[in-house]
Design a protein around this ligand. Structure first.
Ligand code: PNS
Length: 159
């Protein structure tokens, strides 16, 4: 079975992430969304909340599974029997950092990284930008799935 891992913080998941998961799910038998448990960075949503939103938003894909991981991404890929990491690239500015991680990961374990160009509709989009817009009362419903809109509204007291 050909498996790919899409790793990230997903605090929260955006339509840009979902676009990558959907496209990866057509290329691989199974896609595992790996949510990083980062002890040194708390985030807006807990890892459990992020996973709930991800599970609801990816339910329609059928072959996408959501898991969390701690430690090295290459160890998570090994545990999940995934030989490939899929990452979206929004712009050249993403490339420098992503290339270094991909090269380190292939050096550590031989796991390959495939870069997918982000859908231009979402090339400016990030979880941080979404949180900032919502914090000041802006409408992000075009950029995140409904489940995330609902959670953001209750978190920022706009319902
Ligand atoms: O959504 P993010 O925060 O940009 O995702 C970054 C992520 C999770 C892909 C990266 O931080 C990661 O792989 N962390 C796990 C620890 C690790 O393997 N570090 C070495 C990378 S070469």
């Amino acid at each position: 079975m050909r498996r790919a891992v899409c790793p990230g913080s997903f605090d929260p998941v955006t339509n840009g992430h979902l676009d990558i998961f959907g496209r990866a799910s057509r290329l691989f038998d199974e896609v595992i969304v790996g949510v990083l448990i980062n002890q040194s960075k708390s985030g807006l949503f807990s890892v459990e909340e992020r996973m709930e939103m991800l599970r609801e938003a990816t339910a329609a894909y059928g072959n996408v599974r959501v898991e969390s991981f701690q430690g090295l991404l290459v160890d998570f890929c090994r545990d999940q029997h995934a030989a490939v990491i899929v990452k979206g690239l929004r712009a050249v500015s993403d490339f420098d950092y992503e290339l270094k991680m991909a090269q380190m990961n292939i050096g550590l374990s031989g796991v390959e990284t495939l870069f997918m160009p982000t859908n231009p509709l979402y090339s400016f989009l990030s979880s941080s930008l979404v949180k900032d817009v919502v914090k000041w009362g802006g409408d992000v419903s075009a950029y995140v799935p409904d489940v995330v809109v609902d959670r953001l509204q209750s978190r920022f007291g706009q319902d």
